[in-house]
Design a protein around this ligand. Structure first.
Ligand SMILES: O=C(O)CCC(=O)C(=O)O
Ligand SMILES: [Fe+2]
Length: 451
């Protein structure tokens, strides 16, 4: 089983055929750099994994030479593995790495033991991935590389280390490990052939040499791919190019002082061409819906479950949200409160309760904003008929993170207290400004008419 490799495209949810076209490798090569990704797994997930790992019926730990134990429990279907693949996939496509013929080894679970000294070794593939899945705050796991560094792999985080680096894991904890091979830009066989005495640099350069047998893609293919990459980069970073967005979302300038032309820019920025423009919107603020205790419960739920591989359609960055079904929401806050929240859109649009087609479909999720996770959301409008946002903590808990909206002719910050809802029709243009400190938690509900 250890030798089994699966095409990466089969494992990720994010695959697009456009990723298959090779573009020249970057100067500062991704195959050399180490990369760190927070929130790949969560404390709540660990409770489930731990139960599987510790189940005496399933326990299958094999002793490796160095004393570490390696489990052959098949964890391919675990959420953490799927999320890790998606994050690695997203990272590599953003770095213009061709993923054609990229393969992933099956994940294994490593139990890292204290006082066990592993030998430094290169990976058997281009990239080695380690995800720490245990949530034992009193223990540490380190990744050491021979020449370069020692980094701590914190609970729930993923670390990608170049297979060209001699490295090992030390400390105490449970880690999922797998490797990615990138044959379109590397010759991993070079890893195993060249002897230890050669420098890492020379091994790297001989290993990433292009295989000459690779056919060149057509000019049209390359052009299409370049356009696609440009579009994606534009979507992600256009906020940095726009002085108005910079001013109000990144630098937290007072939006009420915005000039007419600045507001026009915000309006156009937030308007996706696909949606018909309408200046008629509804807004209702300061609706008290959740108690402090209920908010606390939801915040705890977010902390335990947050992990993010999914990409937000607004800006193409990881969304950092936890989806909750109405049923789960009812379990968390009680049936009565849940129903009250689900009914909120009806208070915005009186006609809704009389209409024949007044049935609503819902999508609910909990969001975390912080400097380390998602720190802002650019101006946009939602694709929902109605949106309800509930503040789960007080604005005094964080700085930055203002909900800024184009309320008619005013660009303004919404001020709302813990437990209060802000209700708006989906076409309201809004964004959240950059977080400067602390954590901001919100519950977002999209509601749509269903036939
Ligand atoms: O979390 C918030 O306050 C707003 C989120 C939002 O605008 C969205 O998810 O569409
Ligand atoms: Fe939104």
């Amino acid at each position: 089983m250890a030798g089994t490799k699966i095409p990466m495209a089969e494992l990720t949810q994010l695959y697009s055929e456009k990723d298959d076209i090779y573009l020249p490798v970057l100067e500062e090569h991704v195959l050399w750099r180490n990369e760190y990704f927070p929130n790949i797994s969560s404390r709540a997930a660990w409770n489930q994994y731990q139960a599987v790992i510790d189940d005496p019926q399933l326990q299958h730990w094999c002793k490796k030479e160095n004393g570490h134990t390696q489990s052959i429990i098949d964890c391919r279907s675990w959420k953490v593995f799927k999320e890790a693949i998606d994050r690695a996939y997203r990272y590599l496509t953003n770095e213009d790495v061709a993923l054609e013929r990229a393969t992933v080894t099956l994940p294994v679970i490593l139990r890292i033991g204290q006082n066990i000294k592993e030998k430094f070794a290169r990976g058997a593939a281009s990239l080695c991935i380690y995800i720490r899945i245990d949530f034992n705050a009193n223990a540490q796991v380190y990744l050491q590389s021979k020449e370069r560094m020692e980094v701590e792999i914190e609970c729930g985080t993923m670390f990608i280390v170049s297979g060209y680096q001699r490295h090992c894991l030390t400390g105490d904890g449970v880690v999922i490990a797998f490797q990615i091979d990138l044959p379109s830009i590397s010759r991993s066989e070079a890893l195993n052939k060249i002897d230890e005495l050669q420098s890492d640099e020379s091994i790297f350069y001989s290993a990433v040499a292009q295989p000459i047998s690779r056919p060149l893609p057509s000019f049209e293919c390359i052009q299409e791919k370049i356009n696609w990459l440009d579009h994606r980069a534009y979507k992600r970073y256009r906020r940095l190019e726009c002085p108005v967005i910079k001013k109000y979302l990144l630098e937290n300038d007072n939006p009420q002082l915005a000039t007419q032309s600045e507001k026009e820019i915000v309006r156009r920025y937030g308007n996706q061409a696909s949606v018909t423009e309408s200046h008629c919107f509804h807004l209702k603020e300061h609706i008290s819906v959740l108690t402090g205790q209920q908010c606390l419960e939801l915040v705890r739920f977010v902390d335990d479950n947050i992990s993010s591989a999914v990409i937000d359609s607004v800006d193409d960055f990881p969304e950092y949200q936890v989806d909750v079904s109405p049923e789960l929401f009812a379990q968390l806050v009680g049936k009565e409160t849940c129903q009250a929240v689900l009914n909120l859109p009806k208070t915005l649009d009186k006609s809704l309760s009389h209409e024949k087609s007044s049935r609503l479909g819902y999508s609910l999720f909990l969001r975390l904003y912080s400097e380390e996770t998602r720190s802002l959301i650019p101006f946009h409008h939602d694709i929902s008929d109605y949106t309800c946002v509930i503040a789960l903590n007080d604005q005094s808990d964080f700085s930055g993170g203002d909900f800024i909206m184009l309320n008619g002719d005013n660009l303004e910050k919404a001020a709302w207290k813990q437990g209060e809802a802000l209700l708006h029709s989906g076409n309201l243009i809004h964004g959240v400004s950059k977080m400067n400190a602390g954590k901001r938690y919100s519950l977002v509900m999209f509601a749509d008419h269903v036939e």
